[in-house]
Design a binder for this molecule. Structure first.
Ligand code: JFZ
Length: 500
């Protein structure tokens, strides 16, 4: 065999191998041709259509809150920044580097003795979230440091041992529920300071015993959370990537069964468990584990085909990374209101929810910039929210002007790039059974004319509808054109059809 041919064959073999081995949970899945026998596959049907899941699908906008002991340092300690030394502000306990303060872990593990957020008012947060337009909240009950924000009976490392004493999870769940915002509980399985936790697979009898204790503890805490806060809608699992957890697939399978039985309608993302081959998010046959795709973390799908009809949400930070409080926002790019609105509408145009993260400080105040962004997003949502809530992918290719969403016979185009001539041209396949017939500006209710434009471009499979934005309409944000769609019955279309 000549060298070149051999090389290309090898490359092809490698490609095939990587395509099947790394069937990833972002982007289109490489489907393996032979189906594996799987005992620990999905426990809930794909595209659940019960009330809870329909509600999830319609949220549009959510809020994430990372709050815990890491809020006290706020990504720095005694004037020394943890930037570069810690993966993120909420990871500050794992600060490693030349600047790490002496006895840092010990210092961190004692921070609970000073956790006493004097300004914390769950009702204020909930009101802000409501004003922003959030329909669900994901709240950190316990992050990787292992500190429980509720008075768990299964560990002493919890809020009742802090000077604050009161049950923060309860205050949050009650306040948000009262505002009509659904609450999901973030829960990290991995724990950094629990002596029973280990990252590697437990092998010896002693290790197995130890890790069994940990698994039992995890189960107890989850059941406890569901019992204490029965209004909760779901769990947002994290820290499930270690071999110890991956190899516990029999336990996690049964646990998921139990959680679902005890809490009908419970929603769990794809980051809870894996199959017996160690495949996380998706089992070895490409079936999603959990009710929605939970991998869209600080990233967004390229287009609708990547999602293959699955439910999903995107969770997003305002700074590049860092979910917990960061005192210092200088010298880093922090997303603007326009950036965030763009991601929100884009998510909706691909039938997903967008969840914006907040990291309150050690006293219970949001970062002042977060307050501003929440207000601006809320102002926008009050006018334009109908293009987001309950809206889905419109079946149209997103135009360079902005993003399409659809709800019943309403088609929305949220314009981020206003055309210089004010002609918003919407391209529709000539075969389309629905076309825009009327249009209004959500910003002021103004009725706009929809004109069919026969461009006369040969062999063009599309036809065009023009909506003219009045020159007098000025705005410094994205704006929405709401259109009614109906079957194409105008004279112009008929004429055009006749020519075909
Ligand atoms: C995890 C946490 O480690 C982090 O502190 C934060 O809570 C975030 C929401 O979740 O970080 C992850 C986990 C998974 C991915 C990325 C960051 N991922 O799968 O891309």
């Amino acid at each position: 065999m000549n060298r070149l041919l051999r090389k290309s064959l090898l490359a092809t073999a490698l490609l095939v191998a990587t395509a099947t081995v790394h069937a990833q949970w972002t982007g289109p899945k490489a489907k393996s041709t032979e189906l594996k026998e799987i005992k620990y596959g999905p426990l809930s049907p794909a595209n659940r259509d019960d009330e809870a899941m329909v509600a999830f699908r319609n949220y549009g906008l959510g809020q994430f809150i990372h709050w815990g002991l890491y809020a006290i340092p706020g990504n720095e300690w005694e004037g020394v920044s943890a930037r570069g030394g810690a993966a993120a502000s909420e990871w500050i306990r794992a600060w490693r580097g030349p600047d790490t303060p002496k006895d840092w872990v010990k210092t961190y593990d004692n921070l609970y003795k000073q956790f006493n957020p004097k300004d914390f008012d769950a009702k204020r947060w909930a009101k802000q979230a409501k004003e922003m337009g959030a329909k669900y909240l994901i709240f950190t009950t316990k992050h990787h440091d292992g500190f429980a924000m509720w008075p768990t009976q299964y560990s002493d490392y919890n809020i009742s041992k802090s000077p604050y004493k009161k049950d923060i999870v309860k205050e949050v769940v009650d306040a948000y529920t009262a505002e009509g915002i659904d609450v999901y509980l973030y829960f990290s399985v991995m724990e950094w300071n629990n002596p029973d936790y280990m990252g590697k697979e437990p092998k010896t009898a002693a290790e197995k015993k130890k890790f069994d204790r940990f698994l039992n503890y995890t189960r107890n805490q989850l059941l406890e959370l569901m019992t204490h806060y029965p209004q909760m809608k779901g769990f947002w699992f994290d820290g499930t990537w270690d071999q110890s957890w991956i190899k516990s697939y029999d336990f996690t399978y049964k646990l998921e069964q139990e959680l679902r039985e005890k809490h009908p309608g419970l929603i769990i993302g794809s980051r809870f468990r894996n199959d017996e081959y160690g495949k996380r998010h998706f089992d070895s046959n490409g079936q999603m584990l959990g009710d929605y795709e939970q991998g869209w973390e600080r990233k967004l799908p390229g287009d609708i085909t990547w999602l293959e009809g699955r439910d999903w949400d995107c969770v997003m930070t305002i700074p590049p990374n860092g979910w917990g409080y960061m005192k210092d926002w200088s010298g880093i790019y922090t997303k603007t209101t326009d950036d965030l609105l763009d991601m929100l509408v884009y998510s909706a145009s691909l039938s997903g929810n967008f969840v914006l993260n907040f990291g309150p400080d050690g006293q219970g105040n949001m970062h002042p910039e977060e307050d501003r962004l929440a207000k601006e997003i809320g102002d926008w949502m009050k006018v334009n929210g109908e293009a987001i809530y309950g809206a889905r992918h419109a079946g149209m290719t997103n135009s360079k002007l902005g993003y399409f969403t659809k709800k019943e016979d309403n088609l929305y185009l949220t314009i981020f790039n206003r055309p210089i001539n004010n002609i918003v041209r919407i391209s529709v396949p000539k075969t389309a059974t629905e076309v825009p017939v009327t249009a209004t500006l959500l910003a002021n209710g103004q009725v706009l004319e929809v004109k069919h434009a026969d461009l006369g471009i040969d062999l063009d499979k599309n036809t065009y509808y023009d909506v003219v934005v009045p020159h007098t309409f000025q705005t410094d944000r994205a704006f929405v054109i709401k259109m009614k769609v109906d079957s194409p019955k105008g004279k112009a279309e008929k004429l055009m059809d006749a020519k075909m």
